[in-house]
Design a protein around this ligand. Structure first.
Ligand SMILES: Nc1nc2c(ncn2[C@@H]2O[C@H](COP(=O)(O)OP(=O)(O)OP(=O)(O)O)[C@@H](O)[C@H]2O)c(=O)[nH]1
Ligand SMILES: [Mg+2]
Length: 1106
């Protein structure tokens, strides 16, 4: 088969009704790339023999080596169904969690997706994740149940067993769809209600809450997967076959003489056929009747596999003849049964036919874009569609129409930037020469030859050099245009070669994009809208009806302009240059790297809003510091990291306060890929990489009720515990007062202000609430400066309500109203509560009410206290990691001598030269006291600065007198393992402090799905270890879920008799928290309390030992 010509593709691109933009989504290793191979081979781009082995879409070397996909990439395919011709833009996506951000970039520019499920493993965690992503983007899914051959060959199921198993898988995935659907309907309803609160006529009767209202009246039948709906294909991609039941309904309606419509309804389900009566009846299990699906479909496939595996030549020939197939002699005699099966099945039931037919019939074209999806794409942030300006709302029609007229606005979304070697771009690829060029070159060569001859005859000093500098075999050095005088060419020649040399090593970026409306033409000027761009602002600045070429419009923030320099058709490993791309197509755009970082909206009219940001499932958590092997190569590294940042949707590249260059990645494999890219493509230097920096959080807990041997702490022990707490207090220096229940009182060095602070652990729910509402808290901070939209205010109110709900009891009375700030960085999971009498200006209040110099001064000093709190929460006392789940209560803020302070501060602003007589009575920094007239407190600097430091210290001491704990980042770890390697999986898990949460046997198989919690700190090398210990049979998927308190006390020493008995006096057994604390402190260069010599008495010199 000849691959399709570019002209054909260009022609197909013009008919949006016959375009399908689809992506393949699944759990890792369920066969997406193999399936894509089959579809690609149907277009003749790869040979059908290689389909499944080549994994064409895995174009990176490491993808081929590791056998997993790491990026999403697109290819355009042609498919003809009867008279209709379709263009299918297929995007293969990775299934590994580390690369789930690539899935987000793919679903955004598609209208439908193929969900692939492994028939043995069934629905897996990533299947759920991708299905959810498809729902969030409002794209329509269809299902491919792949690897059915494994049911025959590996599990040795009978057709009947296979049928029940497949039914089971369908139920699982439909249950999942059901949950997504229900939650979506409920969410929408909640939204509608919140938008119209107190709608007229809402009497008391309507306030009765009926959770299921709205569910019944929403039609959901088309959402579910069912073979009779035509949205399920059963396949074995590796053997090249697949079918939907329509195929068989067609065949059997002719063969048996039952209507196709009837067969379509009954081929899947518990129906059997009474051959004699030619009637279809309900299955009666007792009579041992087989369902139609088993009898008419599965048994045929099973018997074919059976014949081939048993090498029953005769039977094979019979089947082949009865199916009317022609098998090549080479395949027919091949000794490998797999090859035979592939050859027969891929002719009998070609998977590409089944899948592409389903795609064209069941998935929407760009013209079918729902208005719901358009509205969602256009409403970023907390806006609603109705609140957009009318000019913007008008664009919705353009989306839905997908118009290609001149007047239609051009709207393009770039979902990611991918790096390509500049050499691989079509414009840089060597192209075949035209006839004229060949003639021209011939002429040139002849002339050169003649010149050389003359030069040889009359030898001059320039002779040999000139001859050398005109190598005949330098294709890229040749300038086909015109003859170049020889002397000139000798000097000019190196230039193009140099440029070529540079280009070979250069990466350029191509945008992975889709045209939603209008025609993208080369050379067109267009706006680039950043995520914060607001059309409202533009429309306010520019008078209505104003139109001008893009470059003459006034500058608006977050908007840039660019030219569509190159347009490409994405063909897997290749790019083809295009002049224009009509709407509804996926395309590549060159020349955007300076204006687009990772994703962007391009539009020809400024009324367009930026699309909502992509939703990423994975949280980048693994950080490493990188540096060049040779310090002089720093600039290359910085440049390389910048490129890497652009090329990967999910990686974060930071320069820390310490000057370290840090990469934050989603997981170990992602990290490996980023480092490889950095070394080989972007920086091209040797780099050294630190051990992964594992993040921790510090927190405090309530005092324990039981001791380490799980005994109640009785009276006597309590005394011991209090003794230990005293020891803790010894860490608090002189001059800081600590009362019995942990209230810490510190005075500023100049003795003018006194602060009393207490640290209280927050309930878990509150910490989680704070973590989940970072955006609301940030909005709260802006409350003082701007009035937020109604929706934001609603969310703030809701958030406050939830906080009040969780912070109940005497201890928390009024606490919510007294919240002063959140920290660290003003939006973290810690709270500062102000209980002082004169407190005004809680976070909920917005701009502080009271005016006047005194109030404003109070507020200024208050800011210092908040800053002190921010600093304290940024780095805790255990190992300088951020705090989490701690509430600091400011109980007293004594500033009785505030006037004085004001006076002294005013003085301090006077010219320098004055200072206090001494450094106060200890505690203050030992600054040299300058001579001059006495002005108390000056040497400590302005009061505001002192307050910051004092507040910070007070918070730290308040923490130290409470039981401190370390919190570790946790992964959930999903592993599929067969029963024979289960033991080894558990061994590895327990060695790494993993905790099994759930274990489930996949019905009908001996595969176990295990879900465990694993500290991130223990996860490095985990995947490799599991793979090695189980000989590659199990591979884990790790996803960050939350922070968890490590129960052991990092400062724990035995206090009670039982504990002494159990742990010994030294308690030198492992203390997990202590181990982590010490490791972090060592990394940060902090003091570590460590015994360097343990068991000194056992030391002997070698010579004595003899
Ligand atoms: N038995 C069997 N094996 C299959 C089938 N399809 C794919 N495989 C095998 O499953 C493995 C994974 O296939 P891939 O196509 O790379 O899977 P993938 O979904 O693209 O994986 P990721 O891209 O890493 O998520 C390969 O070893 C394939 O040979 C099938 O139909 N039957
Ligand atoms: Mg793949």
């Amino acid at each position: 088969m000849v691959p399709n010509s570019l002209e054909k593709m260009v022609q197909l691109q013009r008919n949006p009704a016959n375009i399908r933009n689809i992506c393949v989504l699944a759990h890792v290793d369920h066969g997406k790339t193999t399936l894509a191979d089959c579809l690609i081979s149907s277009n003749g781009i790869i040979s059908s023999r290689l389909a499944g082995k080549l994994r064409y879409m895995d174009s990176r070397e490491d993808e081929q080596v590791r056998g997993i996909t790491m990026k999403s990439s697109a290819i355009s395919l042609h498919y003809a169904q009867g008279a209709e011709e379709y263009l299918i833009n297929l995007i293969d996506s990775p299934g590994h969690v580390d690369f789930s951000s690539e899935v987000s970039t793919a679903v955004r520019i598609c209208d439908g997706c193929l969900i692939v499920v492994d028939a043995v493993e069934g629905v897996c965690p990533q299947t759920q994740a991708v299905l959810r992503q498809a729902w969030l983007e409002n794209i329509r899914p269809v299902l491919v149940i792949n690897k059915i051959d494994r049911l025959i060959v590996e599990l040795k199921f009978t057709p009947q067993e296979a049928y029940s198993h497949l039914k089971n898988i369908l139920e699982q995935i439909n249950a999942l769809t059901g949950t997504l659907f229900t939650s979506k309907v409920l969410e929408e309803r909640a939204e509608r209600e919140s938008e119209a609160p107190g709608a007229p006529g809402a009497g008391p009767a309507e306030q009765v809450y009926d959770w299921s209202a709205g569910l019944e009246d929403t039609d959901d039948s088309h959402l579910y997967f069912s073979p009779d709906q035509g949205n399920v294909v059963f396949a074995s991609a590796i053997d090249g076959w697949g079918f939907g039941i329509e195929h068989f309904a067609q065949i059997y309606s002719q063969k048996i003489g039952i209507k196709k419509e009837v067969l379509l309804k009954t081929l899947w389900g518990d129906y059997y056929i009474n051959m004699k009566a030619k009637r279809i009846m309900k299955v009666d299990q007792a009579k041992g009747k087989k369902p139609l699906f088993v009898q008419l479909i599965l048994e045929n496939i099973w018997s074919l596999y059976d014949a081939v595996l048993k090498k029953d030549r005769e039977k094979i020939d019979k089947i082949v003849a009865s199916l009317g197939l022609k098998i090549g002699a080479r395949e027919a005699r091949h000794s490998d049964p797999k090859v035979q099966i592939g050859a027969i099945c891929s002719q009998w039931l070609p998977v590409s036919q089944a899948v592409l037919a389903m795609v064209c019939q069941k998935l929407p074209s760009p013209l079918d874009m729902t208005s719901e999806r358009v509205e969602k794409l256009m409403c970023s942030g907390s806006q609603t569609f109705d609140s957009l300006p009318p000019e913007t709302q008008a664009l919705k029609a353009a989306f839905m129409k997908c118009g290609s007229e001149e007047a239609d606005p051009v709207i393009i979304f770039v979902s990611k930037m991918f790096a390509v070697d500049a050499k691989a771009l079509p414009q840089n690829r060597p192209r075949p020469l035209t006839q004229e060029e060949i003639a021209q070159r011939r002429e040139q060569a002849r002339r050169r030859h003649a010149e050389r001859l003359t030069a040889a005859q009359g030898p001059g000093p320039a002779g040999p050099a000139a001859a050398e500098s005109t190598p005949e075999t330098s294709p890229e050095g040749e300038e086909p245009k015109g003859a170049v005088p020889q002397g000139d060419s000798a000097t000019r020649r190196p230039a193009p070669q140099d440029a070529g040399g540079q280009e070979t090593g250069q990466e350029t970026f191509v945008a992975f994009a889709r045209v939603f409306s209008g025609v993208a033409r080369r050379g067109r000027r267009i706006f680039v809208l950043g995520p914060k761009y607001s059309p409202v602002e533009f429309l306010q600045r520019v008078p209505a009806g104003f139109s001008a070429p893009p470059d003459e419009l006034p500058a608006v923030p977050h908007m840039a302009r660019c030219t569509l320099e190159q347009l490409y058709l994405l063909m897997g490993r290749e790019l083809q240059a295009l002049e224009e791309v009509p709407p509804g197509n996926v395309l590549g755009i060159g020349g955007l790297q300076d204006v687009v970082l990772k994703s962007a909206t391009l539009c020809s009219v400024p009324a367009c809003p930026p699309f909502i940001p992509l939703s990423f499932e994975a949280t980048p958590i693994v950080r490493v510091a990188v540096e060049p092997k040779h310090p002089s190569e720093m600039p290359q590294l910085v440049r390389g990291m910048k490129l890497l940042n652009q090329a990967d949707p999910c990686v974060q590249v930071l320069i820390q306060e310490t000057g370290e260059h840090v990469l934050v990645t989603a997981g170990e494999i992602h990290l490996q890929r980023c480092l490889d890219d950095l070394r080989e493509r972007f920086a091209k230097i040797e780099i050294s990489v630190s051990e992964p920096i594992i993040p921790f959080r510090e927190t405090i807990t309530k005092p324990p009720r039981v001791d380490m041997v799980n005994e109640d702490i009785g009276r006597q022990q309590k005394v011991a515990v209090i003794h230990q707490a005293r020891d803790d207090h010894s860490r608090v220096p002189e001059g800081v007062q600590v009362d019995a229940d942990g209230l810490v009182t510190v005075t500023t060095p100049n003795k003018l202000a006194t602060l009393s602070v207490r640290a209280v652990p927050l309930p878990d729910e509150v910490t989680r609430l704070l973590e989940g509402h970072g955006d609301v808290i940030r909005a709260l901070e802006q409350l003082a400066s701007a009035r937020p939209a109604q929706r934001t205010r609603d969310r703030i109110r809701e958030f406050k309500g939830k906080l009040e709900q969780h912070l109940t009891g005497r201890k928390w009375r009024d606490a919510v109203d007294q919240i002063w700030s959140f920290g660290p960085r003003k939006c973290g999971p810690n709270i500062l509560v102000n209980r002082t009498a004169a407190f005004r200006g809680s976070v909920w209040a917005g701009p502080a009410g009271a005016a006047g110099p005194e109030a404003s001064r109070h507020r200024d000093l208050g800011n210092s206290i908040v800053s002190g709190f921010q600093l304290a929460t940024l780095a805790g006392p255990l190992c300088e990691e951020p705090l989490m789940g701690v509430c600091f209560v400011l109980e007293r803020w004594d500033q009785s001598r505030c006037e004085e302070a004001g006076a002294s501060e005013r003085q301090s602003r006077d010219p320098p030269g004055e200072g206090p007589p001494g450094g106060g009575d200890g505690g203050g920094p030992p600054e040299p006291a300058p001579e001059g007239e006495p002005a108390p407190a000056d040497c400590y600097g302005p009061l505001s600065g002192q307050l910051i430091a004092t507040m910070k210290e007070a918070c730290r001491y308040a923490l130290q007198v409470k039981p401190q704990r370390l919190m570790a980042a946790m992964y959930t770890c999903d592993i599929m393992a067969t029963s024979d390697v289960l033991g080894r999986v558990y061994a590895v898990l327990s060695k790494r402090e993993g905790r099994v949460l759930q274990e489930e046997m996949k019905e009908g198989t001996d595969v176990f799905a295990i879900r465990a919690a694993l500290p991130v700190a223990e996860s490095f090398g985990f995947a490799d270890e599991i793979r090695k210990r189980t000989s590659g049979l199990a591979s884990p998927q790790l996803v960050f879920i939350h922070w968890e308190v490590i129960p052991s006390d990092p400062f724990w020493v035995p206090t009670t008799a039982e504990e002494y008995l159990r742990f010994g006096e030294k308690a030198d057994c492992e203390n997990q928290a202590r181990k982590y604390v010490d490791a972090v402190r060592r990394r940060k260069g902090l003091r570590v309390e460590e015994k360097i010599v343990a068991h000194a008495e056992k030391q002997r010199t070698l010579s004595k030992n003899k």
